[in-house]
Every structure is written in C-alpha cells, then in structure tokens.
Design a protein around this ligand. Structure first.
Ligand SMILES: C=CC1=C(C)c2cc3[nH]c(cc4nc(cc5[nH]c(cc1n2)c(C)c5CCC(=O)O)C(CCC(=O)O)=C4C)c(C)c3C=C
Ligand SMILES: [Fe+2]
Ligand SMILES: [Fe+2]
Length: 341
C-alpha cells in the first residue's frame, strides 16, 4: 500500500469550503462472534483505552478476552439491535445526527460521520469531505465530557488519517460541551417529558455516566470534573437537590479500580433505603447504545427489581432529536465563525 493516499479529485474552490466531521466511538457491523471480536480487538488494542504495555496486554486480550467476551457482548447487542436497519443503535443515531445537521447547515457546508473503531472509518469520512471540496474540516467528537479515552483518541484517529495525505485540510477540533446551555436544556427537557409520560413519580433520578479506570484520573484525565459540570448544571436547570439526582459511574471493564460510586451497587441498595421508584438518565452518552439500552435498560432494571424495587424508567439519550441537532448546529456554527473573514 502506498504511504500517501490520493489527492482529492475535485479542485478546491478558490474561496475554500468547510466541512463538519462527526466522530463517534464505533460499533460492530453485526452481532455475530467474528464482527464483535473484530470490533473489540480494535477498541481494546487502542493504547488510549488500555495503557498497559502491548507485550503484557495483547496476550491477555487475545486469550482471556477475545475468546469469550464476543459471545456475551454479541448476545447483548442482539437484544438492542435495530431490526429495521439491521444496525446497532449507535450507528443509526450517529447517521441521523449527521443527516439532520447537514439539512441545517445547507449544501455549502458538507457533513460526514466516521467511527473511531470500525465502519465507516474516520479516513473514509474525511476523504468524502475532501472530495466535496473541503479544505477546512471541523472535527466534532460526539462526547459531551472530555476523556483521553474518547475525545482524544477520536482526534488521534483523524490526525492519523491526515498523516497519509499529501495535501491536508486545516482542522478545527471542537472541545467537549459538558455544560453547554443547549446540552443541559436538552437533557432537562428529556427529563420533564419522560416524567410527564410516566404512570409513577420517581423518588430519585440516578445520573449514570460511563466509568473510567481510577489510574486514568490519577494520571490527569479530567473526565470526572467534566461529569460534575454536567450534573451540577442539570440539577440547577431542574431545581433538584444533589440527593434527588445522584451521580454514579457504570460500565466497568476488567479487574482494576474504576471511579466511584459504581452504578449497580448504588442502585441495588436503594430499595433497602426505602427508594422503590427510580428513573435513570445517562448524560455521558449523546446516543443510546449497548451501555444505555442493555446495561442500564435491561441489566440494571433487573438488578433493581430483584433487590425489591418496584418501578424503573429509562430516560433516553438525546440521539437525533431536535435538541441534539440544535446543539450540534450551534457547536458547528461557533467553529465556523472562527474561520469567518
Ligand atoms: C478500559 C476499557 C474502557 C474504557 C476506558 C472506556 C471508556 C469509555 N467508553 C465510553 C463510551 C462507550 N463505551 C462503549 C462500549 C464499551 N466500552 C468498553 C470499555 C471501555 N470504555 C467496552 C469493552 C465496550 C464494548 C461493549 C461490551 O463489550 O460490553 C459504548 C457503546 C458502543 C456500542 O456499540 O453501543 C460507548 C458509547 C466512554 C464515554 C468512555 C470514557 C469516558
Ligand atoms: Fe466504553
Ligand atoms: Fe457495558
């Protein structure tokens, strides 16, 4: 394979054109063992995600993890799979966000979407933008809170693609948007709408964020502070006390210590404290995915009911709703302004 990719065929307009590149995590192509294995192998080989030296980690990954986990994860993906499009929800919503954002920005500002792991790749999405005449690219990682394990590796992947280009576009990377007013407003609206539609009144709304190994935080990852910023702003928007909306962390992986409190034990203890009706919101995720729909919507619900809970409601992520597209439009226009004459 040649080191440099082709230079885009379409001449760049004299005035230049700016495109928006949405970058999300990625997801398997189907729920079968080999697809899930391929996805997990790529994901868990990323040194931004697992920092252990490859000489130690790779043998563990290829034996203990990739032999069994794809079966279990494949079953979980099958439970949440979008039957209509035959895709994972994460991909369906990311595409929806890109298509709706493109309508808002108009034909002069092309929008593409790519995945850090799997398909469509960031490189493919970048090529499409350049083939449409973009010499400037706004890269927008779809994570509300910054973490080196998500935001930084999304940007790394884009710069990896740039390393192979003879003629590079200029890049503007959009920072995290943990307490952006449109994000907080969108979350508050989704809480109000879900509560209105429920036949019961939750005694507590648990805000569960994806977790992170403690070692990452000790080494300087500011993700927990970003989660705090989101939750402080959301409680304020809803006029909630801390106890009405506690913050917890889900999705642990491996034997190491992760940031606390852990969602599952926290929720399991609630019925014993007289809390039998809860709702769960997951403001660390812009799109519903295996972690929200299965780990929380299925597994955590079962844990809570088994522990004596009575009612459990899941508040959906913003997905490709109007508030989500409002937010992405605002972030894109803000970045576009930076390039205005
Ligand atoms: C050490 C492992 C992991 C770290 C660190 C991590 C950080 C992290 N992840 C997200 C968002 C998502 N993670 C998702 C799935 C997922 N995450 C891990 C591991 C780590 N994540 C695994 C092994 C998996 C795969 C699923 C499984 O087998 O259980 C997803 C969902 C993807 C989908 O296809 O639906 C998201 C989204 C954040 C925000 C984050 C750090 C802050
Ligand atoms: Fe994860
Ligand atoms: Fe999980």
């Amino acid at each position: 394979m040649k080191f440099f990719h082709k230079t885009p065929g379409i001449p760049v307009p004299a005035s230049g054109r700016t495109g928006v590149l949405l970058i999300n995590l990625g997801t398997p192509d189907d729920t079968g063992y080999f697809s899930v294995r391929r996805y997990l192998r790529e994901f868990l080989s990323d040194r931004r995600v697992i920092e252990a030296p490859p000489a130690i980690w790779q043998p563990i990954l290829h034996t203990a993890i990739l032999s069994r986990r794809p079966f279990r994860s494949g079953e979980a993906y099958a439970r949440i799979w979008d039957k209509k499009t035959n895709e994972s929800p994460l991909r369906v919503y990311t595409r929806g966000q890109a298509e709706k954002l493109a309508e808002r920005l108009g034909p002069e500002t092309p929008v593409e979407w790519g995945m850090r792991y799997g398909q469509p790749s960031v490189q493919e999405a970048l090529s499409k933008l350049m083939d449409r005449g973009c010499d400037r690219v706004i890269a927008l990682p779809l994570y509300p809170q910054y973490s080196a394990t998500t935001t930084a590796t999304a940007n790394d992947q884009l710069f990896r693609a740039l390393m192979r280009l003879r003629r590079q576009p200029a890049i503007h990377t959009v920072p995290s948007f943990a307490d952006h007013p449109l994000y907080v407003e969108g979350l508050a609206k989704s809480v109000r709408e879900t509560l209105e539609g429920l036949a019961f009144k939750p005694q507590m709304i648990v805000a569960s964020f994806h977790g992170l190994p403690e070692s990452c935080v000790n080494a300087g990852d500011n993700y927990p502070q970003e989660c705090e910023r989101t939750i402080v702003a959301l409680r304020k928007a809803l006029d909630f006390h801390d106890e009405q909306m506690p913050l917890t962390y889900q999705s642990r992986f491996g034997p190491m210590e992760w940031i606390k409190p852990y969602t599952a034990p926290f929720v399991e203890a609630l019925p014993g404290q007289g809390i039998h009706r809860i709702a769960v919101i997951m403001p660390g995720f812009l799109c519903d995915c295996i972690e929200t729909l299965d780990e929380i919507g299925n597994e955590l619900r079962e844990t809570f009911i088994h522990a004596g809970g009575e009612e459990f409601a899941l508040i959906p992520c913003l997905n490709d709703s109007t508030p989500a597209v409002d937010l992405l439009e605002s972030l894109s226009r803000q970045a576009l302004k930076g390039w205005a004459e």
